[in-house]
Design a protein around this ligand. Structure first.
Ligand SMILES: [Zn+2]
Ligand SMILES: [Zn+2]
Length: 493
């Protein structure tokens, strides 16, 4: 039987990686992410795939590939399809960004998932704190019925007792860097890389026709640049025949380093009298570290959201090196929700807690919390974290013209984001906060470093993915052969 690689996403687009490597009798899936491109073609915030259709809408519109032996049986049954045998032996998740991991929800629960400890933790946090279609660790069967206590047929819902007993756990194979696992004919070695999400990794697949390396998403300018350097060294020693490399920023130069972001932020905060408002990517632990550092330098307190607190607590339980929620320069920000009863002294604490989701309730009594009331009275003490979707919080903390706003996330690159930017500026103007202070280090290596990675690894064949400019690889990189993959077409090895 032949050896091959097939790409079902990430082809001439940024993200949506879904790659199947086949060797003899073994099939390994590399990532199973959402393509923002395809999704945006059909859907938006108010126009969403119908949950009632299970897989059908997504397959019909090309968001999910039409593959056998891959998808959840409950969804197949609901679509009137026959039971299938499992055809994928394992799934490697490079990191927990949506464009690499979002569609795990739709996969059969008996496909083992290989990743780092941090990736498993982030997926767990996403499942626990996100409302729907995030069954990354546990699978509750959907579209099933049960007989209730009155003897009547009822729909099985996630929160009913019967669902508990039918719940299935996904299997995770958590690997340290440079550790391997044998999946039938293929040996998979996980190798960590640096990226804007902790726990990112690439891998090397040892097949009967030679070694295939997959970079996942990488950079050299984060706090863990040594990991990507090591990835290059390991690949160099492993004699890579096929290298599947990302190329998001192939046309760009000289990014900021994470340390530079911390320094820039600290300098601006030093000059600011009032409230510092900052937007950062929610799960970027490196960025939390940077702003915590800038807070310490300036004797301020950095606020984190409950979602971040939930993630940091899980990371602490797993002994991952990350900021701690009990740090004296951190406070967990508890926003008003529902009827806004949080500060009502005359009400029972249980009644107040009922305004919050189950996973949030633990934090209401945590010793390290802060509310808008306190921040409003003490602007000069805080760095208040607030993303655009949370901007109504500004109405409660009331920043003024003595404060400033830092956007520590990516600059707008499409019309939708331009609209968001206009909206941000309206809010800033309303509070007299001035301009957007842009400070960001992205998650991807620039062209020169992609070139260095590829030329050092020196593969026989390069396959560029996760880029809208694959042809630039030919121009910029010296490599023996480049294969440009086509969506759904097998690349034979
Ligand atoms: Zn990506
Ligand atoms: Zn990523």
């Amino acid at each position: 039987m032949k050896t091959s690689i097939t790409f079902y996403g990430g082809v001439s687009e940024i993200g949506g990686n879904k790659i199947i490597v086949k060797d003899k009798d073994t099939k390994i899936l590399l990532d199973f992410g959402m393509s923002f491109n395809v999704s945006k073609m059909y859907f938006d915030e108010f126009l969403q795939p119908r949950e009632l259709s299970g897989l059908n809408d997504l397959i019909e519109l090309g968001l999910l590939p039409n593959l056998k032996g891959v998808y959840r049986q409950d969804y197949l049954k609901h679509a009137g399809k026959a039971t299938e045998e499992r055809e994928i032996d394992a799934l490697f998740i490079s990191h927990a960004h949506a464009d690499h991991a979002n569609y795990i929800h739709y996969l059969r629960e008996d496909i083992p998932i290989i990743c780092t400890k941090e990736t498993a933790v982030i997926l767990r946090a996403l499942e626990d704190t996100q409302a729907r279609n995030a069954q990354y660790c546990t699978m509750f069967p959907k579209f099933e019925f049960y007989t209730n206590t009155k003897g009547k047929l009822s729909k099985l819902k996630k929160n009913c007792k019967e669902a508990e007993s039918r719940m299935k756990k996904r299997t995770y194979i958590v690997l340290d860097s440079e550790k391997s696992v044998k999946i039938k004919d293929i040996e998979l070695k996980l190798v960590r890389v640096d990226h804007s999400l902790c726990g990112a990794a690439g891998c090397i697949l040892k097949t009967s026709k030679g070694n295939i390396a997959y970079t996942g998403d990488f950079r050299f300018h984060g706090r863990n640049s040594k990991l990507t350097e090591r990835f290059v060294e390991v690949c160099k020693d492993e004699n890579i025949k096929y290298l599947i490399s990302e190329g998001t920023r192939i046309s760009e130069t000289n990014p900021n380093t994470e340390e530079e972001i911390e320094k820039q932020a600290s300098e601006l905060i030093k000059k600011t009298k009032g409230l510092v408002v900052v937007s950062i990517p929610v799960r970027d632990v490196d960025r939390i570290t940077s702003f915590l550092g800038a807070a310490k330098e300036n004797n301020r307190i950095f606020t984190i959201s409950m979602k971040q607190a939930y993630l940091l607590r899980l990371l602490e339980e797993e002994h991952v090196n990350a900021p701690r929620i009990n740090d004296s320069n951190i406070r967990i920000y508890i926003p008003l929700k529902d009827w806004g009863l949080l500060n009502r002294k005359d009400l029972d604490s249980e009644l107040i807690a009922s305004e919050y989701d189950m996973w949030e309730r633990d934090f209401l009594t945590h010793k390290n919390i802060v509310t808008a009331e306190e921040i409003r009275k003490n602007h000069s003490k805080y760095i208040f974290q607030c993303n655009l979707f949370e901007f109504t919080q500004l109405l409660d903390v009331q920043p003024d013209s003595t404060g400033c706003y830092i956007r520590s996330s990516t600059e707008p690159f499409d019309p939708e984001m331009e609209l968001d930017e206009a909206r941000i500026l309206n809010w800033l103007k309303h509070f007299g906060l001035g301009k957007i202070n842009q400070m960001h280090a992205g998650g991807h290596a620039p062209g020169s470093e992609i070139k260095r990675l590829i030329e050092t690894i020196n593969p026989e064949v390069l396959i560029p993915i996760h880029t809208v400019k694959p042809r630039l690889f030919k121009k910029n990189v010296t490599v023996r052969k480049i294969v440009y993959p086509k969506l759904g077409k097998e690349v034979s090895i």
